[in-house]
Ligand binder design. Structure first.
Ligand code: PDD
Length: 289
């Protein structure tokens, strides 16, 4: 079956999808994106993702490429046409096509591409055994809250992690604070039981999974705290984990080769993973469609 993409007004075979070489996404990385999980055909936390897309667009002065209700139809249609049971939808909106100068004409229409991918094989060991992360300097700009397609530092970090047989790289700022992973938000569980993640300011992407997991943790009666934590604090923590749309809740059992806790996924992380699976399945109380 041919995969279908939505490209600037048309549903096309994905391998036939074409955008202009003058698109400012291509020329300047002037664009934003969202990755939305599809679980049994349902778009998980769609409204939160569209809210964040709106914030990212506004921050870069990019107009919505179409109205929000129309975009919801397109996103649903791309998932449907690609027969996505479990997988994800990818939305990318860029500043549009214009002559290559830094200044863009005000009336330039933005570009929109929507694609969808089915979930491939998922290695359950990631959740059962936990993963290793390394730390790297956070060399990104000062607006990491924008879900920009300009991802070079993240890509370099992820490649370094892969070379060192780690799952991800946690980025560390000049004050020894872990901001976030290259594609994930970072968390620790202190020996006091406090569940800690970096505040959602301009130093991190305010993850949708992070937000949901915060709510689930609070609902479990856990003490959730948004505050910076250092590398030393993370290495000495009881548990550590990370969250993202595509990885859900992943236990971190080693940081730069230092064992976290007893080197196995802890009960808080495992509990939140199960709660998050239930959330995706829409099994949460009062969460019906
Ligand atoms: N990544 N931090 C960064 C830098 C990210 O790129 C992501 C998501 C997250 C987690 O955000 P969320 O929970 O909304 O997925 C945090 C996506 C999945 C990606 O780039 O593919």
């Amino acid at each position: 079956m041919a995969r279908i993409a939505y490209v600037n007004g048309r549903y096309v075979r994905r391998d036939m999808g074409v955008v202009s070489i003058d698109d400012r996404g291509y020329q300047f990385a002037e664009g934003v994106y969202e990755v939305i999980w599809v679980q049994k055909g349902n778009l998980v936390d769609l409204e939160h993702h569209l809210d964040r897309l709106g914030c990212s667009l506004e921050s870069l002065n990019i107009p919505w490429p179409m109205g929000r209700p129309a975009l919801k139809v397109v996103v649903g249609e791309v998932a449907r046409r690609n027969l996505i049971g479990n997988g994800h939808v990818y939305i990318q909106a860029t500043r549009g096509v214009a002559r290559r100068t830094h200044l863009v004409p005000e009336d330039t229409p933005s570009s929109l591409v929507v694609t969808a991918s089915r979930e491939g094989f998922r290695d359950a060991r990631v959740h059962e055994q936990g993963v290793a992360v390394i730390t790297i300097p956070d060399i990104r700009w000062k607006r990491c809250d924008i879900k920009s397609i300009a991802l070079l530092p993240n890509i370099l970090g992820k490649q370094k992690a892969s070379r060192e047989k780690a799952f991800d790289a946690w980025q560390v700022n000049g004050h020894d604070i872990i901001t976030e992973g290259t594609t994930t938000n970072a968390w620790i569980v202190a020996h006091s039981g406090e569940v800690i993640t970096h505040p959602a300011n301009r130093s991190i992407l305010s993850g949708i999974t992070r937000r949901v997991v915060m709510e689930l943790a609070a609902g479990e009666g856990l003490d959730v705290c948004e505050r910076p934590f250092t590398v030393a604090e993370a290495c000495g923590a009881k548990e550590a984990f990370m969250t993202s749309t595509t990885n859900y809740v992943v236990p971190v059992v080693s940081i730069d080769g230092h064992k976290v806790g007893d080197g196995r996924p802890g009960p808080v992380t495992s509990g939140l993973y199960k709660r998050y699976l239930a959330h995706m399945a829409g099994e949460q109380e009062g969460e019906g469609e």
